[in-house]
Design a protein around this ligand. Structure first.
Ligand code: MRU
Length: 357
């Protein structure tokens, strides 16, 4: 029985019918609340690249909406011209960010929908409607998936626990209530008393700017720590469990997530703190046997050298800025998906979950 309803912020709803647009929360500005209207493919590409929208499931939905924004601008085109342009839009949006596989998963679905519309001879508004229904299914599917992961994950949270999370795998990273934060929202709504440590998450501070914003908004007791403090709070015995999301999970269960996750998992392993990864099936990439093949995005020097509003690295000094790292499957207590909880995850369980999904 729920005590309080879950009312997550709406990260990227589609507004209007056709033509419509996407109304995003501009995440680079949080905790200052600003909105951003996105009307076309270049606008969506830019929003994903700049991290105005970010988080693996959210950028999948954003890419799907980007394809729809392109299609609705070509209502006069014949079926072949519309398909060619959609394929070009998919290729363009695929260049935005390399690591989160959800982006490619969503673009693949949109491409299939476009080919299907073309094979049926659809053009103009009918062609765009076909893509609209696929994009909306991706959006609604993500919302459903978040709810299911929330229910599955809440069983591991008992009243009185203190949890730790890294980066933002909450509502702002999805179309729904999040991945790693979904069990936390669900447990809170069930009346469980919780505390959360949110890692600041250098260099772009998704933990302190975004996770702390959305947990505080929901009335959940949240404390921000810098990334370097996580091991200390574990050493002090103050963390009962860790919940993180993922950008890509390889066939053997290796988990790619925001830079810093690997170190967190290492400390959790040492301190015997359960380490849960909450991710939808769309985050699993069985084409990669293990995490070594996951493409890791490297971002601009400026994010570190000028990240806090002033110069923080001497001019001319080199900076290395990988945005993600890979945690071995052996250190993951369980991967919580929308169809199953994979304890001590391995390839057999991952393939079974995909078959069930
Ligand atoms: O660079 P970001 O902010 O897109 O990175 C996001 C993360 O690493 C999240 O933890 C991950 O995408 C899971 S989100 C549900």
């Amino acid at each position: 029985m729920s005590k309080s309803p879950i009312d997550p912020p709406q990260t990227l709803p589609w507004v209007g019918d056709l033509p419509g647009h996407v109304l995003m929360i501009e995440q680079t500005k949080l905790p200052q609340f600003e909105e951003l209207e996105v009307h076309d493919v270049p606008g969506m590409f830019d929003a994903i690249l700049r991290l105005a929208v970010r988080g693996a499931p959210a950028i999948g939905v954003a890419a799907a909406f980007g394809v729809l924004l392109g299609a609705q601008q070509r209502l006069q085109a014949d079926s072949q011209t519309a398909l060619d342009a959609t394929l070009a839009d998919c290729a363009e949006l695929a260049r935005s960010r390399p690591t989160a596989v959800n982006l490619f998963w969503a673009l693949d679905r949109m491409e299939k929908a476009a080919r299907n519309a073309h094979s049926r001879g659809l053009a103009g508004l009918e062609y765009a409607r076909h893509l609209q229904s696929e994009a909306m299914e991706i959006y609604e599917g993500d919302r459903r998936t978040c709810r299911l992961m929330g229910e599955a994950g809440a069983q591991f949270i008992e009243s009185g626990m203190t949890l730790l999370t890294h980066c933002n795998a909450g509502a702002l990273a999805t179309a729904g209530m999040g991945t790693a934060l979904a069990p936390i929202y669900t447990a809170h709504a069930q009346g469980k008393n919780l505390r959360v440590f949110a890692d600041e998450t250098r260099p772009l501070l998704q933990g302190s700017r975004i996770t702390a914003w959305e947990l505080d908004r929901a009335g959940i007791d949240v404390t921000v720590i810098t990334d370097g403090m996580a091991a200390k709070v574990m050493q002090e015995g103050r963390v009962d469990a860790i919940f993180v999301g993922s950008d890509r999970i390889a066939a053997n269960g290796d988990v790619c997530n925001k830079i810093g996750t690997y170190g967190l998992a290492l400390a959790a392993q040492y301190h015997k703190v359960p380490f849960y990864v909450v991710a939808p099936l769309s985050t699993i990439d069985v084409s990669l046997p293990d995490g070594s093949g996951i493409p890791i995005e490297e971002r601009d020097r400026e994010e570190i050298a000028f990240g806090l509003g002033r110069q923080t690295v001497p001019t001319g000094v080199q900076v290395y800025n990988p945005a993600f790292d890979v945690t071995p499957a052996a250190w993951v207590t369980a991967i919580i998906t929308e169809v199953a909880v994979l304890k001590n995850p391995d390839e057999a369980q991952i393939r079974a979950a995909l078959a069930a999904g």
